[in-house]
Design a protein around this ligand. Structure first.
Ligand code: PXL
Length: 281
């Protein structure tokens, strides 16, 4: 059995549990090979830390991609997230063009902001670039802030009701051409989850799990990593998003119980066992 292989194009933040420090262990636990293509090295993520270091790795990415191409590597998914520079977005677009095979799923997490705010290192040009990159995706996983940015709608004008958000998801699907998993969708105050549009079936579905009443950091990266792992293992979009939501709920409960500082992300390590099992014959 071929072990699915994912090219993970995200930053490497040494402290704070996000992007590659989340994607690598989660995909590995799921029995999926993760090949990191780091976009930048930071000492910490950029939320709630001051004085973080930031090494842009755009040039190195181009060299690594050229080497992978010369080796004839194939990936079952290209999974991108936080990007480090405007030019880098073109590098990722080229990477997708070069590595998109018949069975390759392109997952773009259009990481740009949260809670109505754009992340500190994201310029308006980078947000425009992220929109362009998202057009190359088979699946996008925006949160509500990113959905507003992708559609040029002010965050405070986003609808809150399910019907309104179904229309947002429909717009994000570009006329049904790409799948959308809108995270942070809540149909009742005690619930949270996602609204999914599956371009393969044309169906929209909701996923709702219990909401743990606390803020968490890095959950978007945990969500998209589990989703990508499940997709490359052949699960449907809905089932993949449901696995991701269940795992986040377990992480949220443990993190709240351990009272972990917000900026340290979620306590997912003790729970990786939930993602493992006998994956292949
Ligand atoms: O979780 C998204 C993310 C990823 N990478 C870096 C970040 C953030 C959010 O702030 O700063 C470096």
């Amino acid at each position: 059995m071929l072990i699915p292989r994912v090219a993970a194009v995200h930053d490497l933040s040494g402290f704070g549990r996000c992007s590659l420090t989340v994607a690598i262990p989660i995909l590995s636990a799921m029995g999926v090979q993760c090949c990191p293509l780091p976009t930048a090295f930071l000492s910490t993520h950029t939320g709630d830390f001051e004085g973080y270091t930031f090494l842009d790795l755009t040039d190195e990415m181009e060299k690594a991609a050229a080497h992978w191409k010369s080796l004839g590597l194939k990936f079952q998914a290209v999974y991108s997230g936080f990007l480090g520079s405007e030019h880098q977005i073109e590098v990722v677009e080229r990477f997708i063009r070069d590595f998109r095979g018949n069975d390759t799923i392109i997952v773009v997490d259009p990481v740009m902001g949260d809670g109505g705010l754009v992340y500190k290192t994201y310029t308006p040009a980078m947000c425009e670039g992220m929109k362009r990159l998202s057009e190359k995706a088979d699946v996008i996983t925006p949160n509500l802030t990113e959905a507003a940015l992708l559609l040029d709608i002010p965050y405070h004008r986003l609808p809150h009701d399910e019907q309104g958000l179904r229309e947002i998801v429909e717009k994000l699907s570009l006329g049904g051409r790409r799948s959308v998993v809108l995270t942070g969708f809540s149909s009742a105050p005690h619930l949270t989850g996602a609204l999914c549009f599956d371009a393969l079936t044309g169906e929209t579905s909701t996923i709702q799990v219990e909401r743990v009443d606390r803020e968490f950091y890095g959950t978007g990266d945990v969500f998209s990593s589990v989703l990508t792992g499940a997709l490359v293992k052949g699960c449907s979009l809905h089932d993949s998003a449901a696995q991701a939501a269940d795992f986040i709920l377990a992480c949220a409960k443990l993190t709240a119980k351990n009272n972990l500082p917000l900026r340290e992300g979620v306590d997912f390590e003790p729970l990786l066992g939930l993602l493992t099992g006998v994956h292949y014959e």
